[in-house]
Design a protein around this ligand. Structure first.
Ligand code: ATP
Ligand code: MG
Length: 437
């Protein structure tokens, strides 16, 4: 993505609850090069844009480097931390919960961590879902399982009610694991906390299987999703090649961003068409998708088409309404494309057999594979360090492979989208050849 250089440095200033006067209990070094892992300097920064041309001035914008601070805000003995998980599933949520609990209890010596049940609902006492205690024993094996042991939900809660609840429970750190909606919710809580002058840290950990959160090069769950999506594409290819003019059609996750689709297409190497929400999809006319598909079948006798769920929505009858969180409902592009392909090829006198794959729910509920487990570990520990140092109203990001702090006000308004000028999309076009048919 081309960098947005319209930011001002103050948009990267992270809020803090106050002075850090407590010595960190972590056994880390302050001397670089002494063979022991170091605390992160308080003023450590990561350049926003590291690319430049010779002779050009370097862009001075920078973000705060995440990591353990030598002086922290909270006295660990007085911390009661809570974790909430909201929105849809993504592989790795339990890994994040487990690492947050273990880092707080084993390394910082925090006496009490609780899990909020079923998303923000669990922060409303009227719903009647009390928090559960999270101990090292409770979280011991949870990272081997998909889903979230805390439960999740959609639908908003009043920030006023949730802050009343946090105060009544004596909770002074809240970790919010979720996507864009969740982080808008955590920002609303942080704003209410600040309005009341309370000392409660609110730290967001990005969870989006679609990888569409800005300031996160990649989010946990994405690699697992791509690996499983690749399997579906490979199977669709086997189906397509097994009959004359066979078409394998795979629908993947990606409501507004085509990252899973484009990346799985590259990983598989078997797709001939990759359709994503960011690029226009025209069906008809000599250069429309259907005519291209026919030419491809005439040349090669089989084709694999991979479509993101949010692609070509303008072609479908709009579905009224939204889910409990206000997210627009999407019409099913997969079935629609299947029907369109079948009726078009029939009318053109090209006999075909279309095999349709929709592996979405099989993917979301998987446990995290190794690369994602590592990401969960990194994000979770960075979130704990940020909270213990009294930083608040922030999201943990991953920028040039460094963990960073991003103010929620800056991150929540932005959406990461696949850039048609990027290396990723250029590679997809090179691989599929979809523009040449
Ligand atoms: P996913 O990637 O699955 O969409 P998400 O975090 O975006 O994850 P949502 O269901 O959109 O999932 O939102 C999660 C929670 O955040 C819901 O309880 C929702 O009501 C709440 N939420 C969304 N927007 C806001 C907002 N502006 N203020 C307060 N709460 C919000
Ligand atoms: Mg969302």
């Amino acid at each position: 993505m081309a960098p947005n250089l319209n930011f001002t440095q103050s948009q990267f200033d992270v809020a803090s609850l106050g002075q850090c006067n407590v010595e960190s209990p972590l056994q880390l070094s302050t001397v670089p090069g002494d063979g022991r892992c170091d605390f992160t300097f308080d003023d450590a920064r990561i350049l926003y844009e590291p690319r430049f041309r010779t002779g050009e001035a370097i862009c001075p914008l920078s973000l705060e480097h995440a990591g353990p601070r030598q002086k922290i805000f909270f006295d660990p003995a007085k911390v009661k931390a809570a974790i909430v998980t909201c929105g849809g599933l993504s592989p790795g949520i339990n890994n994040v919960v487990r690492t947050v609990v273990l880092e707080l209890i084993h390394n910082y010596g925090v006496p009490q961590v609780v899990g909020i049940r079923f998303g923000y609902e669990g922060l409303n006492p009227a719903v009647g879902r009390p928090p559960m205690s999270l101990t090292p024993e409770v979280v011991e094996n949870i990272h081997h399982h998909g889903g979230t042991i805390l439960g999740t939900s959609r639908g908003p809660q009043e920030a006023n009610t949730t802050v009343d609840f946090l105060v009544s429970q004596g909770i002074n750190i809240l970790f919010c694991i979720g996507g864009d909606g969740t982080q808008r919710g955590s920002h609303a809580i942080a704003v209410e906390v600040a309005r009341r002058g309370l000392k409660i840290a609110v730290v967001g950990i990005p969870k989006t299987i679609d990888n569409d959160i800005e300031f996160c090069y990649t989010t946990f769950g994405f690699a697992t999703a791509v690996a499983e999506a690749e399997v579906a594409i490979d199977r669709a290819h086997v189906e397509a090649k097994s009959v004359d003019n066979g078409v394998g059609l795979v629908k993947l996750m990606g409501r507004e961003a085509g990252f899973i689709t484009a990346t799985a297409v590259l990983a598989s190497g078997e797709a001939n068409f990759c359709l994503v929400p960011e690029l226009p999809l025209e069906l008809h006319g000599p250069h429309g998708f259907l005519a291209k598909l026919k030419r491809r079948l005439q040349a090669r006798s089989h084709a694999v088409v991979v479509v993101a769920e949010g692609a070509g929505q303008h072609l479908l009858k709009e579905i009224a309404g939204a889910d409990a969180s206000g997210n627009r409902r999407l019409a099913d592009i997969g079935y629609f494309l299947k029907e369109q392909i079948e009726s078009y090829l029939k009318a053109e006198g090209v006999p075909t057999s279309v095999k349709y794959f929709d592996p979405s729910y099989l993917i979301r509920s998987l446990p995290a594979e190794a690369v994602d487990s590592l990401l969960c570990e990194r994000f979770a520990r960075a979130a704990v360090h940020a909270a213990m140092s009294g930083r608040t109203d922030l999201l943990i990001g991953l920028w040039h492979n460094h963990l960073i702090h991003v103010p929620l006000t800056t991150s929540t308004g932005l959406k990461k989208r696949l850039d048609p000028e990027s290396e990723l999309w250029t590679s997809v076009l090179s691989l599929t050849g979809q523009e040449k048919w």
